[in-house]
Design a protein around this ligand. Structure first.
Ligand SMILES: Nc1ncnc2c1ncn2[C@@H]1O[C@H](COP(=O)(O)OP(=O)(O)OP(=O)(O)O)[C@@H](O)[C@H]1O
Ligand SMILES: Nc1ncnc2c1ncn2[C@@H]1O[C@H](COP(=O)(O)OP(=O)(O)OP(=O)(O)O)[C@@H](O)[C@H]1O
Ligand SMILES: [Mg+2]
Ligand SMILES: [Mg+2]
Lengths: 258, 258
C-alpha cells in the first residue's frame, strides 16, 4: 500500500505548498516514485512545478466531478519520478456542487482505491487549502497520515489545537487509520526570539511528533516558484534545499521502521 | 454612512489580520471610532486584540445565527475608540448550516443595516478568512469597499487576478457599490530582489489602486499578537508601527477627498 499523506493546516501561509513541492521533489531525487495531488483551488502546487494553465484542463476537479477517470488526471512533471494531479479554479465551486451528496467526504478516497496507477507510487502527497473545509476533510479521509507544516509564529501556534481536534474527529467518524505523522517547523529564524520560543513550545508539548529537521527561512525557497521549479532543483546547495533533503531522509527512515 | 471595508485575500498568510488590527488601532489612536468584525473562524483578530476565549460567547457566529441581536456582539477592546465583534470556532460550521438559505449572502449586510450602533462608527473593518467562501462573499456584500493586503511574494501575486474577478462578480450580482479601495503591499523586504520585483510589477499594472505606503517585514509586528496588542501600542517607534500609522493617514486623506 502506498503512503497517502495529507499536508494540512487551516492557518494560511505556513508553508503547506512549499513543503508538498520540495519534500516530493527531494524524495523523487532519491528514486522514490511520487505523486502530488493539488487540492487547493489557488493551484500554487501546480504553478510551483511548472504546470502551465493550458495544461490544467484535466485536473482534480474533473476527476472529483467524475467527468474524467482519475488516472487521466495524472501528468508527469519536468522531474523524473515526480507526477502531479493539477488543480484549477473550478475546484472552488466543488463544495456547493456536492452540498447534498451525503458521501461527499469519501469521493477522493474511492477514486484512489479504484485507481490502478496509484499503487505504483511510493508516496502520494495531497496539498490542502487553508481551511478545515470539505476539501481538507476529503484529503484526511483518503490519507493514512497527516503532515502539519507549522510556521514559527504566534498566530500559527493558535490554530494547532483546532487542527488536532479535526484530525481526531475525522479519525473517529470517517477514517479510523488516520494519524498525525508529524509536525514540520517551517520558516524558522534562529535570530528571532519569537521563532525560537514557538519551536521550544511545540517540541515540549508534542515531543516525538515533531520532526527533528526544521526548515529555515531562506529567500531561495520563495524565489524558486517564480521559475516553476522546486528549490531542490533551483538551488540545491541553499539552506532551504538542504533542509528539505534532510527531511526526506527522516521520513524514509521513519517509514522503513514501521 | 460609515465606511465598511472588507479586508480580503484568499491567499493565506499575507497579512489580512495584521492589517485589520493595526490599521484599526492606528485610526482609533487619531480619534476615529472603529469597529473590527472578526469573520475568520481562526479568531486571530480577536486574539491579537486581547479578547480572552471566555469572552467570545457573544460572537459574530451568534449574531449571524440570529441567536443574539447584532449590537450585543460588539464589545470594547483595551483601546479607547476601538471595538470588536469577536469570532469563535463555531463559525466554521456556518457555511453548511446556511447551505439551503438562498439569501445567505445578504445576512451580514442586513444585520449591519438594521443596527443602530453601527452608525456611530467612522470605519468598520471585516477581517476575512483565506478563502473565496461564503464568509468572504458575505463580507464583500456588506462592505462598500475591499482592501487587499498583498504579500510581496510570487504565490501571492498569482491569486490577485482571481480575487479581482470575484470582486467583479459580487459587484454585478450582489452589491453594485462595491469597489477595490486599494492594495496594500505587506512584508516588503528591500534587500530581497523578488520582493522588489513583485512591488514593481503590482504598481505597474494597478497604478493608483496601490497605496503609497508599503508595510515592511518587521519582527515587532509578529511579536505584538503574543502580547494581545497591536504593534502600534506594543512598539510605537518600530518600522511596522510607523508604516501602519502612515497608511492610516493615507486612508483618511483618500476618504476626505471623496
Ligand atoms: N522556508 C521558507 N523560507 C522563505 N520563504 C518561504 C519558506 N517556506 C515558504 N515560503 C514562502 O512563504 C509563502 C507561504 O508559503 P506557502 O504558499 O507554501 O504556504 P501555504 O501554507 O501553502 O499557503 P496557503 O495557506 O495560501 O495555501 C510563499 O510565498 C512561500 O514562497
Ligand atoms: N509586516 C510584517 N512583518 C513581519 N511579520 C508579519 C508582518 N505582517 C504579518 N506578519 C506575520 O505573518 C503571519 C501572517 O500574517 P497574518 O496572520 O496577519 O496573515 P493573514 O492573511 O491574516 O493569514 P490567514 O490567511 O491565515 O488569515 C503572522 O504570523 C504575522 O504575525
Ligand atoms: Mg498552499
Ligand atoms: Mg487572518
Amino acid at each position: 500500500l502506498s503512503n497517502i499523506i495529507a499536508i494540512c493546516n487551516q492557518k494560511g501561509g505556513v508553508g503547506k505548498t512549499t513543503t508538498a513541492i520540495n519534500l516530493a521533489a527531494a524524495l523523487s531525487a532519491v528514486g522514490k516514485k511520487i505523486l502530488i495531488i493539488d487540492l487547493d483551488p489557488q493551484g500554487n502546487a501546480s504553478t510551483g512545478l511548472g504546470v502551465e494553465y493550458s495544461n490544467r484542463k484535466k485536473s482534480i476537479y474533473e476527476a472529483l466531478a467524475k467527468s474524467i477517470p482519475f488516472d487521466e488526471s495524472i501528468q508527469q512533471t519536468q522531474l523524473e519520478n515526480l507526477y502531479i494531479v493539477p488543480s484549477n479554479v473550478e475546484l472552488s465551486g466543488i463544495e456547493s456542487e456536492l452540498a447534498n451528496d451525503k458521501d461527499k467526504a469519501f469521493i477522493l478516497k474511492s477514486l484512489l482505491n479504484n485507481s490502478t496507477t496509484i499503487k505504483t507510487f511510493d508516496y502520494i502527497f495531497i496539498d490542502c487549502p487553508p481551511a478545515l473545509s470539505l476539501l481538507t476533510v476529503m484529503a484526511m479521509t483518503a490519507a493514512n497520515s497527516v503532515l502539519v507544516p507549522l510556521q514559527c509564529e504566534f498566530f500559527a501556534l493558535e490554530g494547532l489545537s483546532q487542527l488536532i481536534k479535526t484530525v481526531d474527529r475525522v479519525q473517529k467518524n470517517l477514517n479510523p487509520e488516520l494519524s498525525i505523522d508529524g509536525i514540520i517547523l517551517t520558516m524558522f529564524d534562529k535570530r528571532n526570539k519569537l521563532s525560537t520560543q514557538v519551536a521550544v513550545d511545540v517540541k515540549k508539548h508534542l515531543q516525538e511528533k515533531v520532526f527533528d529537521t526544521m526548515i529555515p527561512r531562506n529567500v531561495r525557497v520563495s524565489e524558486a516558484p517564480s521559475f516553476g521549479m522546486p528549490v531542490v532543483i533551483y538551488d540545491r546547495k541553499s539552506k532551504g534545499s538542504q533542509a528539505y533533503l534532510k527531511l526526506a531522509n527522516e521520513i524514509i527512515k521513519k517509514n522503513d521502521n514501521r
